[in-house]
Design a binder for this molecule. Sequence first.
Ligand SMILES: Nc1nc2c(ncn2[C@@H]2O[C@H](COP(=O)(O)OP(=O)(O)OP(=O)(O)O)[C@@H](O)[C@H]2O)c(=O)[nH]1
Ligand SMILES: [Mg+2]
Length: 258
Amino acid sequence: MMSTKETLESILSFLPFSLWTNVSILFAGLLVVCLLIYLIIKLFGRMKKSGEPSILIVGSMNTGKSCLFYQLNEGEFVETQRSMREQEATFAIHEKYVKEKDPKAQAKKYHFIDWPGSPSLRLRLSDFYPVTEKIVFVVDGTELDDDTFELFYKLLSAQKLKEKQTPFLVVLNKSDLVDSPDVKPMKKLFNRELAQLNKTYGSTSYTKEQEDETENAITQLLDESEEFLLEKLQNPITFVKSSIKNGQIDDIIDFITN
Ligand SMILES: Nc1nc2c(ncn2[C@@H]2O[C@H](COP(=O)(O)OP(=O)(O)OP(=O)(O)O)[C@@H](O)[C@H]2O)c(=O)[nH]1
Ligand SMILES: [Mg+2]
């Protein structure tokens, strides 16, 4: 009858070290394998939790993305803090916003992702492109900055989103404020600003070699010789006004549910 020590020695005899060194190696190996399995499960788990359509809520800082996320879920305006990381959850839109009284439509669930606006927190945004079905691009209609246009251009040039022709809804939020602009002049402004960026990305100083091969690469959207118009892009883009604060989000609900 072999003792425990002898049994261990015979199992680990293929390793050239002393018994306790071999045991430590075995434990370390097991730990690494467990860690790898945990990371793989976590990664695939977050990529797609279920069959629900994923709605990516994105935009610059302080535009109302988190307020929208809570309102869709809870049916009321919630004061928020600046987001420092993304939040995601799968839920049915609050019943007060679903006009259709069909219980099936009311019970339909969506996977919402509220991505923080801070430019320094965008590195992993592209991880979600493969699962994103629709993009709600939230803008503070009263306070547009360069980052808004740059982020919009970056999303439109993402290969995965182009391939899938992912629809975009540009939400001109904070329409309750006095200086809130209308959709038409804003669309013109977007065309003008994106045309400018299109020139920048097509300039000779920005060569193919400088692009990385990842989804974060920004490429020219249209040939400069033609007039830049958002309608010419593969992704359908719609502009609407909203006041998330006052619960005026019907156009957003229509976009998500239709
Ligand atoms: N007037 C007005 N203020 C709003 C509206 N929606 C949101 N806000 C305010 O805008 C501020 C920012 O809202 P958040 O939802 O936290 O903004 P966010 O886009 O998540 O910001 P980040 O997390 O920094 O990316 C808050 O003070 C809200 O109260 C709106 O429709 N009208
Ligand atoms: Mg937020």
